[in-house]
Design a binder for this molecule. Structure first.
Ligand code: ADP
Ligand code: MG
Length: 340
C-alpha cells in the first residue's frame, strides 16, 4: 500500500538539512571560526579533541550575542548579517544563511557562552540534538565561546563515515590554515590536548602571515603579485618557476577573503604557469581575488565553496596578467624552460 504524504517533524528536517552544512568536524570548525571573524574578533582560539571528533571549542573576543538573541542564534534562517535579498550582493561577512549554529546544534551537543560589551553578565545556552536544554546567566569575558561535543551522536550513519582521527584532524587544520591565510589581522591559536599546536600573531603584513603558515622556506621562493582592473583587485604571492609542487594543494584562492575551490581560478593560474613549469608540476600560490561584492554570487553552494562571477573573463584575464607579469619579471628561469 502506498503511504500517505505527511510533513516531517522539524527536528528531523533540520537533521537532514544539517548534512549539507556539517559534513565532518572540519565543517564545524569552519563555521565557528567564520562566525568569530564576522563578530569582529581579533583573537580566535580553536581547541580540538580527538582530531575534532571528540570536541571542538572556538573562543573569540568579538562582539558577543545578547542574552535576548541567544536562542534565535540557534534558529534556522536566523541571522544578524542580512535582512533583504539584495543584501546578498553587498555582504562582506562570511555568514548570511543563518544555518550553521542550527545545523551544528542539531547533530551534537553545543554550548555557547557569550557576553556583549554593554552588559556585566553573559549568557550560556546548551542545545542538544536540536533541543534547547538550558539558558542561564554566566560570568565570562566579552566575546563568545562555542563548545561542540557528542558530534554526530544523533546521526550514527554520519559518524560511521568519519575517517580516522588523524585524517579528520588534518581536515580541521586545513580549514584553519585557510582562515589564517584569509585573516592575517586576526591572532589565531590552535590547541590540541591542552597544548598549543601553533599560534599566528596578528599582522598587517600579509607576507609575514604567509611565511608563518606555509613555512619560510616556501615563502622565500614566492613573489608578490598584484593587478587591478575595473573595480577588481587581484593580489597575493606566487612561486617563482624554480619552486614547484607535485599537487595543486599549495594553490589557495580566496574571493573576498572566502576560501573557494574554483575551476576558473585554478585554470587561470595554470595558464600563467604552463609555459614556465614542467608538466604535472604545480606552483604554490596564495591568490586573493577581491571583486565588488555585487559582481560575485556567493550563494551557489551551502558551504559557499563555489562562487559565480558576473565577469568571469575579466577575473580570468586579470589573474593571468598578474601572474605572467611576475613570472616575466623574475626570469631567468632556472628550470631551463622558456618564458611565455
Ligand atoms: P550566519 O553566520 O549565517 O548569520 P549562524 O548560524 O552561523 O548564521 O549564526 C547565527 C547568528 O548568531 C549570527 O548571525 C550572529 O548574529 C550570531 N553569532 C554566531 N556566532 C557568533 C559569534 N561567535 N559571535 C557573535 N555572534 C555570533
Ligand atoms: Mg555563520
Amino acid at each position: 500500500m502506498k503511504s500517505r504524504i505527511h510533513l516531517l517533524p522539524e527536528t528531523l528536517t533540520h537533521r537532514i538539512a544539517a548534512g549539507e552544512v556539517v559534513e565532518r568536524p572540519a565543517s564545524i570548525v569552519k563555521e565557528l571560526v567564520e562566525n568569530a571573524v564576522d563578530a569582529g574578533a581579533t583573537e580566535i582560539t580553536v581547541e580540538l579533541e580527538q582530531g575534532g571528533c571528540g570536541l571542538i571549542r572556538v573562543t573569540d573576543n568579538g562582539g558577543g550575542i545578547n542574552a535576548e538573541d541567544v536562542s534565535l542564534a540557534f534558529a534556522r534562517h536566523a541571522t544578524s548579517k542580512i535582512s533583504e535579498f539584495d543584501d546578498l550582493y553587498r555582504v562582506r561577512s562570511f555568514g548570511f544563511r543563518g544555518e550553521a549554529l542550527a545545523s551544528i546544534a542539531s547533530i551534537s551537543r553545543t554550548e555557547l557562552v557569550s557576553r556583549t560589551p554593554d552588559v556585566l553578565a553573559g549568557v550560556r545556552i546548551i542545545v542538544e540534538a536540536g533541543e534547547i536544554l538550558e539558558i542561564t546567566e554566566a560570568g565570562c569575558p566579552v566575546g563568545t565561546t562555542v563548545t561542540v561535543s557528542r558530534i554526530f551522536d544523533s546521526v550514527p550513519v554520519r559518524k560511521k563515515f568519519l575517517k580516522a582521527e588523524t585524517t579528520e584532524r588534518a581536515y580541521c587544520l586545513d580549514v584553519i590554515t585557510r582562515m589564517a591565510l584569509a585573516n592575517s589581522d586576526v591572532r589565531i591559536r590552535v590547541l590540541a590536548k591542552g597544548r598549543e599546536l601553533f599560534s599566528y600573531p596578528a599582522t598587517h603584513r600579509l607576507a609575514e602571515r604567509i611565511a608563518l603558515v606555509l613555512g619560510s622556506g616556501d615563502a622565500d621562493r614566492m613573489q608578490p603579485i598584484e593587478s587591478s582592473r575595473d573595480g577588481l583587485r587581484i593580489y597575493g604571492f606566487a612561486s617563482r618557476p624554480d619552486f614547484t609542487c607535485a599537487t595543486t594543494r599549495q594553490i589557495y584562492a580566496f574571493v573576498n577573503r572566502r576560501y573557494v575551490k574554483d575551476y576558473l581560478l585554478n585554470h587561470a593560474v595554470m595558464t600563467a604557469y604552463r609555459r614556465v613549469i614542467e608538466p604535472r608540476r604545480y606552483p604554490a600560490v596564495v591568490l586573493y581575488v577581491d571583486p565588488d561584492p555585487a559582481d560575485v554570487d556567493v550563494n551557489v553552494h551551502p558551504a559557499k565553496l563555489e562562487v559565480r562571477f558576473r565577469q568571469p573573463r575579466l577575473v580570468y584575464e586579470t589573474i593571468v596578467e598578474a601572474l605572467s607579469s611576475m613570472l616575466r619579471d623574475v626570469g631567468p628561469f632556472s628550470s631551463g624552460l622558456l618564458p611565455a
